[in-house]
Design a protein around this ligand. Structure first.
Ligand SMILES: [Zn+2]
Ligand SMILES: [Zn+2]
Length: 250
């Protein structure tokens, strides 16, 4: 049956190539965690590399020493996505940009915190959130946040990461702050900043954040992330967790 054989070859050829491409893509994607005290930043290395968040102020040297453990060169990092404009997520962005030469992306609603070095920390929305905010903000708010211009201003629409060699996009996920964004990879990993907390001193298990400007928006943002195929969640505080663990709070 030459006709049958021919059409099978037409179908199976591209399918096999796609399977191989997927396999090699999965084998290539690497995620590295940078712990800065209670903060976690991430480096996503695919064809290219990007970084998620800049950590608290004064972490440039720590960044340099931690990067020695990873197969990533400074110049590989082309973009730093700031998930939001709180002091502990933008504080070292300037230093890390000077080291790597990476571009800095932040949403328009949180940009002013970065560009004017403003201290930002959303209010507590749980008992511990309120108490800890009251106790620690007098000390933390004295911190100096280096100011810098953003290279890329994000808006409501998705921002593709393809030009940086990463298969994924930045999506707008407000709630913790008005300008919060998340990075969602095509393979299901989601880097969500403070859309959840999963670690001391905030919480001992994955849950919605204990600080937020608008908890209703947070739930809507989670629906968006889930509907778009998130599987594994990488928070700005604490260990990664499967998306199922947050669903009971929505
Ligand atoms: Zn925050
Ligand atoms: Zn934080």
């Amino acid at each position: 049956m030459p006709g049958y054989y021919h059409s099978m070859r037409q179908v199976t050829g591209p399918v096999i190539i796609q399977i191989l491409k997927n396999y090699f893509h999965m084998a290539k994607l690497q995620i590295f965690t940078l712990k800065f005290g209670i903060n976690r930043c991430y480096i996503i290395k695919d064809e290219g590399a990007i970084m998620i968040d800049g950590g608290p102020p004064g972490k440039g040297k720590v960044f340099q020493s931690k990067l020695e453990d990873f197969p990533v060169q400074y110049r590989d990092i082309q973009l730093i996505v700031l998930t939001h404009g709180d002091f502990d997520h933008v504080g070292s962005a300037k230093e890390i940009k000077e080291i790597t030469g990476a571009q800095i992306a932040i949403h328009e609603s949180d940009k002013i915190n970065l560009e004017e070095g403003r201290f930002n920390w959303p209010p507590g929305v749980t008992s511990w959130g309120k108490i800890s905010h009251f106790l620690f903000s007098p000390f933390l708010s004295m911190m100096t946040i280096p100011s810098m211009k953003a290279d890329i201003t994000l808006h409501e629409e998705d921002y593709s990461l393809e030009q940086y060699g990463v298969k994924g996009k930045i999506i707008y996920t407000p709630g913790h702050t008005a300008g919060s964004v998340s990075v969602l990879l095509d393979s299901g990993e989601a880097f969500i900043g403070c859309l959840a907390h999963n670690g001391f001193p905030f919480t001992f298990h994955p849950r919605l954040p204990i600080y937020a400007e608008n908890i209703g928006e947070i739930k809507k943002s989670w629906q968006l992330i889930i509907n778009q195929g998130a599987k594994m969640i990488y928070p700005g505080h604490g260990s990664p967790f499967p998306v199922e663990m947050i669903k009971r709070y929505l």
